[in-house]
Design a binder for this molecule. Structure first.
Ligand code: PLP
Length: 504
């Protein structure tokens, strides 16, 4: 009864809207001249922020909850001025920012940043289309198809992955490498289910799924295990060798064991450049083994894949012709701001068919003549991300991007040399790409203290890792502003922290 009264009031309220009071000539938006001033002021701020980023404390030292007292309890009823918003960036935001683009930031892996990509994101924000199908904004799809061809050629991908080869293959921009791993897993799952159904007409889909098993190295990124959980299938971590590399023989042994137990191997993730230590699985061995048993090969080169634009690193992707899908993140090491994760599939139809739902409102007349990228990914909506790839590739050119990669690798060697020359330290494993894994000779406890001192001083930022119970520190060269003297500075900081640690 009460409910009905409430509903009646609501309907009456809506029909009571007085259109005269909603005069469309009274602007609620920012006016164009103001937008231009605001945007110019922001561009000045961004340039100043990035050019002077080295002078800021790299690691934020605020405590949880620092921000709430700095801003009002609720949103303003009436508009504020953009000048006031600008003032609050330094007061409210910057104290809580960890400066990922500072040359003093050496944690995780790099995340990319460049002026061309920032400007492209402005344009993407202005066009603000949702390019889920070709017709939803043809340029959004078509530029992406061509950019993935450009990029594929730049890293020497076999032509079967490229749309321009005229075959089935093609590329897509995913948000992250984790999504690419999941999308590939779902494609592999759909393919294997269909194959097995033809062999065992009486097996239910649930029976087949319960027997599916996938593989990765014990050193694979946590997103691989997560893809298994999300995809509702078993994934096995196969032990890597003494160089933290997954080898063909170990993979074959695991597959054979599972076949003997009546399981159905369907998916293998080969990592080129692991997160722990930038180790490379042996694709040239693992690929043919997986092919022999009808197992889909997905190559995760999230960080290191950018280095394949330099021909001298391409030996590490030997065996790529055996892969079904390949992924790397231009948003990590190729100067394209997050998010831009490039993925190629030799035969996208497995993924497209696995995700194909076709409501009337998403259909269009040109279906089939260009990709409808909504079928290649988890969400429906997608931004115009190819723009930033296009801007970066054109405004840097391949040669400058190669220089960026080579400089970073050179800085890692510079750091490793300093480390080797100090007898208190040791390098852990090989120095691959722009990552140096190192530690104080001694126990894990001492190295944990060393890291606490380094990060506690706040002048540089590193994170640790552990392999086979050996705790070590990871020195990743991350910033495009890094110069040799920054590496010297970081080394001096580590020495000071080591002195403090050794005194204790
Ligand atoms: N795979 C590897 C080898 C990585 O190093 C990372 C992140 O560093 C990922 C996957 C996850 O990347 P994303 O954040 O793009 O999902």
């Amino acid at each position: 009864m009460n409910d009905n009264l409430e509903k009646q009031k609501l309907v009456k309220g809506i029909s009571d809207i007085n259109l005269d009071k909603l005069d469309p000539n009274v602007s609620i938006d920012m006016e164009v001249p103001e937008f231009k001033e605001f945007a110019k002021s922001m561009v000045d701020y961004i340039a100043d922020y990035l050019e002077n980023i080295r002078d800021r404390r790299v690691l934020s030292d605020v405590k949880p909850g620092y921000l709430r007292p700095l801003i009002p309890d609720s949103a303003p009823e009436t508009p504020e001025s953009w000048e006031d918003v600008m003032k609050d960036i330094e007061r409210v935001i910057m104290p809580g920012v960890t400066h990922w683009h500072s040359p003093k930031f050496h944690a995780y892996f790099p995340t990319a940043n460049s002026y061309p990509a920032i400007v492209a994101d402005m344009l993407s924000g202005a066009i603000a289309c949702i390019g889920f199908s070709w017709i939803a904004s043809p340029a959004c799809t078509e530029l992406e198809v061509v950019m993935l061809d450009w990029l594929g050629k730049m890293i020497g991908l076999p032509k079967e992955f490229l749309a321009c080869s005229g075959g089935k293959g093609g590329g897509v921009i995913q948000g992250t490498a984790s999504e690419a791993t999941l999308v590939a897993l779902l494609g592999a799952k759909a393919k294997k289910i269909q194959e097995i159904k033809k062999l065992h007409l009486d097996w239910s889909e649930n029976t087949i799924i319960s027997k599916l098993v996938g593989y990765s190295s014990s050193q694979a990124h946590s997103s691989v295990e997560r893809a298994g959980l999300l995809g509702g299938v078993k994934l096995r971590a196969v032990a890597a060798d003494e160089n933290n590399s997954l080898r063909g023989a170990a993979l074959e042994e695991a597959i054979k064991q599972d076949l003997d137990e009546g399981l159905i191997p369907f998916y293998a993730v080969v990592t080129l450049g692991t997160t722990n230590s930038c180790a490379f699985d042996n694709l040239d061995e693992c690929g043919p083994v997986a092919n022999k048993y009808g197992v889909w090969v997905h190559v995760d080169a999230a960080y290191a894949g950018a280095a394949f634009i330099c021909p001298e690193y391409r030996h590490l992707m030997k065996g790529m012709e055996t892969a079904d899908s390949f992924n790397f993140n231009p948003h990590k090491w190729m100067l394209v701001n997050f998010d831009c994760s490039a993925m190629w599939l030799k035969d996208p139809s497995w993924v497209v068919n696995a995700f194909n739902v076709d409501p009337l409102y998403l259909k269009h007349d040109q279906q089939g003549s260009a990709p409808d990228y909504r079928h290649w990914q988890i969400p429906l909506g997608r931004r115009f991300r190819a723009l930033k790839l296009w801007f970066v590739l054109r405004l840097y050119g391949v040669q400058n991007l190669q220089t960026h990669i080579r400089r970073h690798c050179g800085y890692a060697q510079q750091f490793a040399k300093l480390c080797r020359a100090d007898e208190r330290f040791e390098i852990v494993g090989d120095v691959n790409m722009a990552l140096v894994c190192f530690r104080l000779k001694g126990c894990n406890d001492q190295n944990e203290k060393l890291l606490k001192h380094i990060n506690g001083r706040g002048n540089i930022h590193l994170v640790p890792s552990k392999i086979n119970d050996i705790y070590f520190l990871r020195m990743a060269v991350c910033s495009r502003f890094t110069r040799p003297e920054d590496m010297d500075y970081s080394w001096q900081e580590i020495c000071k922290a080591a002195n403090e640690t050794c005194k204790e």
